[in-house]
Design a protein. Sequence first.
Length: 430
Amino acid sequence: MIYDDLLSGKKRMAVIGLGYVGLPIALEFARKIPVTGFDVKTDRIDMMKNGVDPSNELSAGDFKGCDILFTSETDDLKEASFYIVAVPTPVDLHKKPDLKPLLSATETVGRVLSEGDYVVYESTVYPGCTEEDCIPLLCSISGLRYPDQFKVGFSPERINPGDREHTLRRITKVTSGCDEESANEIARVYELVIKAGVHRASSIKVAEAAKIIENAQRDINIAFMNELSMIFNKMDINTYEVLAAAGTKWNFLNFHPGLVGGHCIGVDPYYLTYKSMKFGHHAQIINAGRAINDSMGAYVARQVTLKLSSHFPNLKDCRVLVMGATFKENVSDIRNSKVADVIAELKEFGVTVEVVDPHASPVEIREEYGFDLTNAVQGPYHGIVVAVNHREYLELDEDYFKSITHPGAVFADLKGIFRGKVPSFVYWSL
């Protein structure tokens, strides 16, 4: 059995893709069994060999006591028998699933796959992708018969970047396999490191669907909050005060308005709507939620410029400081950050925009979005946009903001963290 062979050290695990999902998985297992960590980016491999997490989620201490080989050489994967694929699954410019990283990783595994091996996918996909897209490719490249000569499972990732409480070990893991034997063996393997327990889904498709609706559900709920914010803004009602009042009811769902970006909530629903169209169904609620959330960057910029133009005669003379550029607070990840939409729209109105972020990489920002981060805050500004609630910003007070702004400056506080704390500003929040 693969579980016993892994635990005894007779067989080895390999994790393909060492990003914010794959690296924590690889290190957790490497405390129990031998692991090969594989990534195509050699610069990332070099960092991990030196105990550095390129995603800035893990500390040097998290690398200690681990039996792991970091490599970008495909030949090093040949020693493994249990493969975990944890690569990104983005969408393209047309919001269609981009399976290139997933299929490339599948090809890599196919070239080293041997009889008796297991392949488990963690990358978020639409229901049916593992069996319809990945497994045929594994068979074609390896020459092996499925499921007689190798087994496949799906266990969706649930890691929440920046969350120190809901870590890999503390989140219930959904697992599945292609048959009863593989479902049992895969669950047992994950139970080595998951303290919260394992939920054994009845099939691979069920596990795929479970993951995709987790993020679609959050996306829809946040879209509802964003629409409420637009309505209440017209009524001159503060949305966060409404939510504080409504939240006193025991069964009120605790969601808030905001920019919805990143590589999960802002992407995964498109995988489900894509697949639903294949079955002739137009997913109305999911698409409506996506339309609202995708438009929020432009909406925020329009509200800021309306406030600016009401207090300053010429928008083209206005300077605005945007604080935060990552997709969420206290992380370095900039993928699909909707702050970039706010910045682009402000510039369209002729506003001069400067951006600061203590967590984002200036090089990555420049390569991905084409603007630079400001090294030092140099006021006075006509407006401030607190776009991301980094911990560093929570310590700032009104005196600081007054020291870098013109009198009567606009203060856009997207998450409402400074509500009631900056009375001398022209305040606005979602």
